[in-house]
Design a protein around this ligand. Sequence first.
Ligand code: FRU
Length: 533
Amino acid sequence: MATSRAFPQNARAGWHRAIWLSLGLALLAGSCSSSPDASSPQTGVNARPAYHFTAPANWLNDPNGLIKVDGEYHLFYQYNPIEPWWGFIHWGHAVSTDLVHWTDLPIALAPHAVLGMPFSGSAVVDSQQTSGLCSGSTSPCVVLVFTHSGAAQVQSVAVSEDGGRLFRLYPSNPVLPNPGVADFRDPKVFFYEPTRQWIMVLAAGDRMSFYGSPDLKTWQHLSDCIPADPVPGVLEVPDLFQLPVTNEPGMTRWVLKFDTNPGGRYGGSGAYYLIGRFDGARFVPDDATLKWVDYGADFYAATSFANMPADDDRRIWVGWMNNWAYASVLPTGPWRGALTIPREVEIIKDSDGYRLVQRPARELTALRSGEAIVEIDNQPLSGRSLNLDDCRGDAMEISLVIEPGAANDVALAVRKSGSQSTKIGYDQRRQVLYVDRSFSGNALLRDTLPARHEAPLPLDGSGAISLTVFLDRSSVEIFAHDGRVVLTDVILTPDDGLGVELSTDGGHALIRSLRVWSLRSTFSATARLYSPL
Ligand code: FRU
């Protein structure tokens, strides 16, 4: 969202008007109901993801404040509880013990009459009581650091003394006033042990700004990082974390991720990253060339879990599976907007330097509803297509290793119904992996952004490509070559699009292995009744 230039249509009216209008509507209605607004679009119930997170009803955008506290994952998110479009933003809240099943909790943050709406931000546990905000409490001191967006964008904090259930605002908010920068938001905060201070990285117009604090309440500017490649949009939602380099023992690097809208790979919004060093004050990239986090059209505003326990050093993040180019008009209902599956993030070194790798969180195997429903090994695939008759569904995990051999193109069609399907393919001559939404159903997506999304992908050393695909009712997430290349796309398909088909063009290919699992639904309507504040 939310650059002054690239505001979604429905938000253009202005945040203040939205707040007061929505407050008025809520009061008139007496309560905020869980049923969709009468104008809420519908495409049939099956469009609702089976296992991707959606809000109980209405609008969701960025995931916020991901944190693990006392064995429980907390997920907050930008949420309009009463309308299916952006505006009247709250922090929705859900918890999980397994990253797969989520339980809705009451809203954590609501708009503030003076400071504005609670925009994106992060969460920390102040285990050393540096802030003094929780003195006296025996539960972990959970602090949310976020942007209040009103007349100006400022940074505020809220605190929970009951381990992350109830949050109260710090009375002296904001903790970081606006220095005169219109787009000044989305703080990611973490404790940096070597200098024993909190670090905040903030999207500030054309740059990321770094601030330091001893107590989460007073902040000093440390440095700025301006991408060397010009980025056309306003920067949003940075994340910064350190990781070991998986295949270089003893080596660590820092990942700086940020988003931009517009400026995405296909127009609309998109996410970039840099890998480099951070010394507690300044981030210096090893290579100033910006890299795409995801080659699809629908991966945005990812943020990673804080406070992972000592025996689990994974970095896991979740993104908003959407694009600001059409987020506000997606014909779904009563939900609008979904999050990606949780992904484990790593750094590896390959021939052209350090790169990010993303894999589905291992917990997701719990979604498999039994044994694989398709098991094929070493089967040649000729020009004719292979219709996988036993394999119908709209929520599946597909693992495919294929040698394109003499074929120019190999393609996996999913959510197929008649001539409609979404194609996930490999163009061997151009060495690109692609998703093609040209015939995937509803025309909105292909009318708004180019239909074909491509990622460079050389064959592996053995002449094959390997893919893991997480298919849901309205999305595909594709992890190629063990997560080295990822494509995430929303799809809007007919409800009866349940077929799967493999085909080649121009010669023989070899299916080295194909496994398909049906995935269970984790969505439970009864667990998702929304109760207003
Ligand atoms: C990113 C974003 C953030 C902002 C939030 C508002 O999608 O625009 O920059 O904090 O959404 O909902």
